[in-house]
Design a protein around this ligand. Structure first.
Ligand SMILES: [Zn+2]
Length: 280
């Protein structure tokens, strides 16, 4: 076995690789030890995933999708209560829906309670965070793309050699693992809200945090398409240009390759004929 990124011999590696970080709810898409060596695994975890997950944007997405952290604590965003000028923490209420609001700092708690009791109305300001840096995001998507390819091919004999020896994938490998080479642009767009509810026959409605698919266009370009919290990110696996994806979209009614038949939620009157996602 050789690592799909650095190609070094990896039979003694012990770490499992979560294609999407475990902290945002991925327990299903995991690569066995050695597919990504321990050194690369640790590198991605500290230099790509953690900086990305620590951005206010990703914390906001976890809040919107109600994702608890590994310790079971609810996600929260910070805001400002205008009347008391106190910073507050807002988190989804675990029981009965709604939001729970508390003073961000414990030493403000009494002031916060007095201020709430003193007036019936108030205003809360919650900043909308900027999207994470493009370079970090595109390296993350490049990493997920190669790992998703390994995940898909893993049952085929000789898959490891096939991926590690494919020189066409080397530029993407180097970009994901070392940030080298030109910037790889993504095609980014919102395809559903973070708390969008999917419906399928005889199933409880469910949210989808992440899913992916591959798109091979008639022009023989291979794109990896990832949805994360309803944001669709597409990357060209063969080279750092993305125009072909835009052309494909315009020729296909702008429908996501993830949902070729369109999306259907409860609000749109779904319930029985919802489109099953390719990966959940
Ligand atoms: Zn490696």
């Amino acid at each position: 076995m050789n690592c799909i990124f650095c190609k070094s011999e990896s039979a003694t590696s012990r770490s499992l690789e979560h294609i999407i970080p475990e902290s945002i709810g991925n327990l299903e898409h995991v690569l066995p030890a050695g597919v990504v060596c321990d050194v690369c695994n640790s590198y991605f975890s500290t230099k790509v995933e953690k900086p990305l997950l620590d951005t206010p944007y990703m914390r906001d997405m976890c809040f919107r999708a109600h994702i608890t952290n590994k310790k079971g604590h609810p996600p929260f965003v910070t805001g400002l209560h205008l009347q008391s000028r106190l910073p507050v923490a807002v988190c989804p209420s675990m029981e009965g829906g709604g939001l729970s609001i508390a003073a961000l700092y414990q030493h403000d708690e009494q002031r916060w309670i007095r201020s709430i009791l003193a007036s019936e109305h108030g205003s809360l300001v919650i900043p909308v965070p900027a999207e994470p840096g493009e370079h970090l995001l595109s390296r993350f998507v490049a990493k997920v793309a190669l790992e998703a390819l390994a995940f898909r091919l893993m049952d085929v004999d000789g898959w490891n050699k096939e991926i590690t020896e494919k020189c066409e994938l080397d530029p993407l490998r180097e970009y994901a693992r070392r940030g080298q080479g030109p910037f790889w642009p993504l095609n980014t767009r919102l395809i559903h809200s973070a708390d969008f509810l999917f419906v399928e026959a005889d199933e409880e409605p469910y949210e989808v945090i992440h899913e992916w698919t591959f798109l091979y266009t008639p022009q023989h370009e291979l794109y990896f398409v990832l949805s994360l919290f309803g944001n669709e990110y597409a990357i060209n696996m063969g080279g750092p240009e993305i125009d072909g994806y835009g052309r494909w979209l315009s020729e296909n009614k702008d429908r996501s390759p993830l949902y070729p038949e369109g999306l259907k939620s409860i609000e749109e009157g779904g319930g029985g004929d919802g489109v099953p996602p390719p990966h959940r």
